[in-house]
Design a protein around this ligand. Structure first.
Ligand code: ATP
Ligand code: MG
Length: 163
């Protein structure tokens, strides 16, 4: 479940401020597949980057089930835990912890050209404390999920765009 209320993100550039996300409110139910459609530059990626904590909004609030509610207090983002506990200021350390548990497929794939499909999927798992065997099991499970088990030893240049 994701709920946004009046979410706003402003980029401060040399040519002035750019309101990339302007007061967006929406509610996405658990398990719902939700598309965001709009012209190039409309702010879709910025909106998604706010939802997965890669960007912090400038105003409004954002609630992601399992993560809590992020809102802006005195100009700084804080996270209110779901259990009703005390608000935590969202510094780099807190953001890193939130980001670890939320996945994103980027518009540009950011694959390592010289690594196999296996090593590309294994890469972010390397410093998580999992053993080699646990990483191997997880990578194969994920490749099964997207039906790419047979490409485990292929390189990115040997895959189709969709793959
Ligand atoms: N880091 C940034 N700094 C300054 N401006 C940015 C930044 N990222 C995006 N923008 C601007 O914010 C606006 C929204 O960009 P965004 O990437 O969210 O668009 P989009 O809807 O995903 O577009 P596309 O369909 O082309 O991917 C654009 O005008 C873009 O130039
Ligand atoms: Mg985009």
């Amino acid at each position: 479940m994701i709920e946004l209320k009046q979410l706003t993100k402003i980029f401060h550039g040399k040519d002035g401020d750019l309101r990339a996300v302007d007061g967006v409110s929406l509610h996405i139910r658990e398990g719902e597949i939700f598309g965001i459609v709009g012209y190039s530059g409309a702010g879709k990626s910025t909106l998604v980057r706010c939802i997965n904590f890669l960007e912090t909004p400038d105003a409004g609030s954002l609630r992601v089930k399992g993560f809590g509610t992020v809102e802006i207090r005195n100009g700084a983002p804080v996270c209110l835990p779901e259990d009703g506990g005390e608000a935590v200021r969202l510094g780099e350390k807190q953001l890193k912890a939130l980001r670890r548990d939320i996945g994103m497929i980027f518009q540009l794939f950011n694959l390592l050209d010289r690594s196999t499909v296996f090593d590309n999927v294994a890469f972010p798992l390397r410093h998580t404390g999992l053993s080699r065997e646990q990483i191997r099991a997880r990578v194969l499970e994920l490749l099964d999920l997207v039906d790419l088990r047979d490409k485990v030893n292929a390189y990115p240049s040997e895959l189709s765009g969709g793959q």
